[in-house]
Ligand binder design. Structure first.
Ligand code: ATP
Ligand code: MG
Length: 346
């Protein structure tokens, strides 16, 4: 059986560098390699509503923002199916059946959900839909028989739940669904990119993001104030690269060519790290390097974004076509699911 790639993002804000290195960059590479049967990329608006039920306008606006981020990062409708989750009602149906195949305590044990509940201060008032979103995510993946899910580390527990549900379904009913595998970024730093404040994860809700759509001035403002090594007071002092966000970002984004272009005194990041650790390298110079590295990467994305921004109706057109195509695939799977479950009465 062939390779089916599937991933998505919540349309709750513009995409940031964490999304990019954690998943989006990989999707574009995979798309351009073309080594797959089908590739699905979707905006999880149903999931976004689980903790934004009172703010539909925000989700609606961010559908366009995320679509612009996708297209400007290099995803193209010729090579992948771009769609909106809510336009595929089959996913809600599959979620309902999946609810019976997983226990409340199993979902409660999910460390990502635990952290997210804490972050949102839900305490005892967790919306049922939010609590159950890992089940709905299992349906999002299984409905397309996805084999491969490029995602950041936070998605590992979700994929585990998905695999368990699919395994149970196949055991109880009939082997029609496929157990997916996560595809983590090769670069360990990219699996969970910290925020510009050095905090554990770059995240919209923590306000520590550099967005793909930030202009050069904004990027420099953010890079300039980035967390480095609080013990590195004078240029001559030895510096620490561990836990130093500037170096973490250089790990995730810089290449040897960047050094040749922007700081030829060093061949690569290892050499700069050694010099910084020994002392004598100022934080500002490292920040300027990072700024150049980021802008080199973001410039072509910005240019494409400006082009796509000129024709928003065309973006809705792309999403409509993608949603129709995705729905066809999901409907096919649901025929098999209903037969397997013996609820195909007529
Ligand atoms: P945020 O956590 O910033 O609010 P989100 O929850 O809306 O963002 P998701 O839509 O859950 O983000 O994530 C989309 C993809 O991006 C997932 O594959 C996720 O693993 C990845 N991702 C998000 N943030 C990061 C990060 N800081 N580092 C690496 N990958 C990330
Ligand atoms: Mg998330």
């Amino acid at each position: 059986m062939g390779k089916i790639i599937l991933t998505g993002d919540r349309p709750t804000g513009k995409l940031h560098l964490g999304h990019y290195v954690g998943s989006l960059r990989r999707r574009v590479e995979l798309q351009n390699l073309g080594d797959y049967d089908k590739m699905f990329v979707f905006m999880a608006d149903v999931q976004a509503l689980t903790d934004n039920a009172d703010n539909p306008e925000k989700i609606r606006q961010n559908i366009i923002e995320v679509a612009l981020d996708y297209l400007s990062a290099g995803l193209t409708p010729e090579k992948c199916v771009l769609y909106i989750q809510s336009q595929i009602p089959e996913l809600a149906e599959l979620t309902t059946y999946f609810m019976n195949l997983v226990s409340v305590s199993r979902v409660q044990r999910n460390p990502t959900v635990k952290t997210e509940i804490k972050m949102r201060n839900f305490e005892a008032n967790i919306p049922m839909g939010f609590f159950a979103y890992p089940v709905s995510q299992a349906a999002d993946i299984a409905a397309f028989k996805a084999t491969t899910v490029p995602a950041g580390e936070d998605q590992e527990p979700m994929l585990e739940v998905t695999r368990e549900i699919v395994r149970r379904f196949n055991q109880i009913y009939a082997p029609v669904l496929v157990e997916p595998n996560i595809m983590l970024p090769e670069n360990a730093t990219a699996r969970r990119l910290p925020g510009t404040d050095g905090k554990e994860k770059m995240s919209k809700s923590l306000g520590n993001c550099i967005y793909l759509s930030d202009d050069a001035d904004t990027v420099w403002k953010k890079v300039k104030t980035m967390y480095t090594d609080p013990a590195h007071l004078n240029v001559s002092d030895p510096g620490h690269v561990e836990g130093n966000a500037v170096f973490t970002y250089l790990d995730a984004f810089s290449t040897d060519e960047d050094f040749a272009e922007f700081w030829p005194e060093f061949k690569n990041l290892d050499e700069l790290k050694a010099a910084y650790t020994a002392g004598g390298i100022g934080d500002m110079k490292c920040k300027k390097l990072l700024n150049s590295v980021l802008n080199k990467m973001l410039d072509p994305i910005r240019t494409r974004r400006h082009e796509y921004e000129q024709d928003i109706p065309e973006i809705y057109n792309i999403l409509k076509k993608g949603s129709l195509a995705a729905r066809e695939t999901a409907a096919q799977t649901m025929d098999e699911v209903r037969s397997a479950m013996q609820i195909n009465y007529f």
